[in-house]
Design a protein around this ligand. Structure first.
Ligand code: ADP
Length: 506
């Protein structure tokens, strides 16, 4: 090893290195170039020998190279320079390196250049720059406020939305500590401590998740924001990117929704309490009423043979009023059943024309001042809860009686239409305005004009519509003010034979 000449090492280095080395005489001609130089530029040693180096340097860089070399030949220390060389096939190579000179009086002076091919590196740098600019453009126009801060929480990026949201222009925000700009005073210390803790321990509980917090704008107004912070390590230093969105509107909507929910819950609770009260009250009322009715009957029976008795008409009045009261209590009980989902329907096959006849017959005993006429009656057997449908017919006929002049006729008809039996109750009474056609079936609805002089609760039609609904039918009204009303309801006919039975006039 020891007997290898140092020369050999240098030659070996000259030949094996990846750097491009050329040696020029004082006229700037190439004395020699190393294999890497020749390889990169695509020449052989013979092809370049004694050619001016400028033949291989891009024209616009001649001056740079020449000046630099001049400095070197004057004995000055020079910085590295970057310039482009042209290869034999015409493509350019970007190189970076230093020119130096040897002038030891013993040999002929020469200059040398040791260069690195930085074409690929430069390309990557340029691509990075483009990507950086593109990203910066994206961030600038992002829909959320985007703020980039460094480890010392100094603002490095501040996009348009951040300008808009916080009121600070880009130039005002850049270089400022984040906490002094947008963090409310009471959170500043915690923020600074949190940053410090993350830098020293790597623990950052708010990183990479979305939190809701208050922020401060330039005019000192505090408002709610959603904040997501991501962290990246670039060249051994942490960078934090904060995405911030104003959630004032959402918060207001949430508060409104919460308030509405609370109100709803309160009204549901109230409704429940009211229904409970209704159930208990109607039951409690029923018991004494049954007793009153029973004793009235007893008193009537005991006195009915006494022609001179003056209490008989009073007893009849008591009986009539208790009937009204028990009807009212029955309605209240039905209402509470509907509200608790306990109104049960038990369907049985019923010959409808017979059923209708019987129902009207018993109604005639109570409705003394109006002729009740059946104008058409369909012969059909239906599966219905006869007691409940009777209740509907009674209600409609009683209303017809209640809302029309004495002696005016009440007409009942039933006919088949498609797969439904339609039942109609027609009166020649006060009628209804069109705007009430739908609401009339709502709970507690009463037409304003009549509330003062006709007794009622406004629940009869609501109960009717619930009963009909439970039979998969429909109830509706046609009417004209002053002309009378026709209340109709439909009941589905499921059996084809029943439909074929047709519609018979009575
Ligand atoms: P109520 O008769 O006890 O008030 P209903 O639920 O039976 O309760 O009726 C609701 C409202 O519909 C009545 O208050 C009345 O204004 C109106 N109405 C019902 N039937 C008729 C009718 N045949 N003619 C005119 N208005 C009626």
């Amino acid at each position: 090893m020891d007997n290898i000449k140092p020369d050999l090492f240098f030659r070996d280095l000259f030949e094996q290195t990846g750097d491009l080395i050329h040696i020029l005489n004082m006229e700037g001609q190439i004395i020699t170039a190393n294999p890497s130089w020749l390889f990169h530029l695509g020449y052989s040693n013979e092809e370049v020998k004694l050619l001016p180096i400028y033949d291989f340097i891009k024209t616009e860089h001649h001056e740079l190279y020449r000046n630099n070399r001049k400095e070197v030949t004057k004995g000055y220390q020079v910085e590295e320079i970057e310039f482009e060389m042209i290869a034999k096939d015409g493509h350019s190579i970007l190189v970076k390196g230093q020119i130096s000179m040897l002038d030891n009086k013993k040999d002929l002076p020469y200059t040398r250049a040791v260069l690195r091919d930085i074409t690929a590196q430069k390309k990557i740098e340029q691509q990075n720059e483009v990507a950086k600019q593109r990203l910066s453009k994206f961030l600038r126009h992002a829909p959320d406020a985007v703020i980039v801060i460094n480890e010392k929480q100094i603002i490095e990026e501040w996009n348009l939305k951040a300008e808009l949201l916080f009121g600070y222009a880009y130039s005002e925000a850049l270089g400022m500590p984040l906490s002094e700009l947008i963090i409310p005073h009471r959170y500043r210390e915690a923020h600074v401590q949190g940053m410090g803790r993350f830098i020293s321990t790597g623990i950052g509980p708010v990183l990479n998740k979305t939190i809701e917090i208050s922020a401060l704008n330039k005019s000192g107004h505090e408002f709610p924001v959603s904040l997501s912070i991501s962290n990246v390590k670039i060249e051994d230093k942490w960078t934090f990117v904060a995405f911030i969105a104003d959630i004032t509107e959402r918060k207001e909507l949430e508060a409104l929704a919460n308030q509405k929910e609370t109100e709803l819950m309160q009204s549901q609770l109230l409704d429940e309490q009211k229904t409970n009260f209704l159930t208990i009250a109607s039951h409690e009322l029923k018991t004494p009423l049954t007793a009153i009715k029973g004793y009235t009957q007893l008193a009537y029976n005991l006195t009915k043979n006494d022609q001179d008795s003056i209490i008989l008409p009073f007893l009849a009045k008591i009986d009539e009023q208790t009937n009204k009261l028990s009807h009212l209590i029955a309605e209240l009980m039905d209402l509470s059943k509907i509200e608790t989902g306990k109104l049960s329907i038990h369907k049985q096959p019923v010959e409808f024309d017979k059923f209708l006849q019987e129902t009207i017959e018993s109604l005639r005993q109570g409705v003394k001042h109006h002729p009740i006429v059946i104008t058409a009656s369909a012969k059909v057997t239906l599966a219905i809860d006869a007691a409940r449908i009777e209740q509907v017919v009674n209600n409609l006929v009683n209303n017809a009686e209640k809302y029309s002049e004495k002696e005016s006729a009440i007409e009942i008809s039933s006919y088949i239409k498609e797969h439904f039996l339609i039942v109609q109750v027609r009166d020649k009474g006060i009628g209804l305005a069109k705007e009430n056609f739908e609401t009339i079936f709502d709970r507690f609805f009463r037409v304003k004009e009549i509330t003062n002089h006709v007794n009622g609760f406004g629940i009869g039609l609501f109960i009717c519509s619930e009963i009909i609904k439970q039979h998969d039918g429909h109830i509706w009204v046609q009417s004209e003010l002053g002309e009378g009303s026709t209340f109709s309801f439909s009941l589905p006919i499921l059996n084809e034979n029943e439909v074929a039975a047709g519609n018979n006039k009575v």
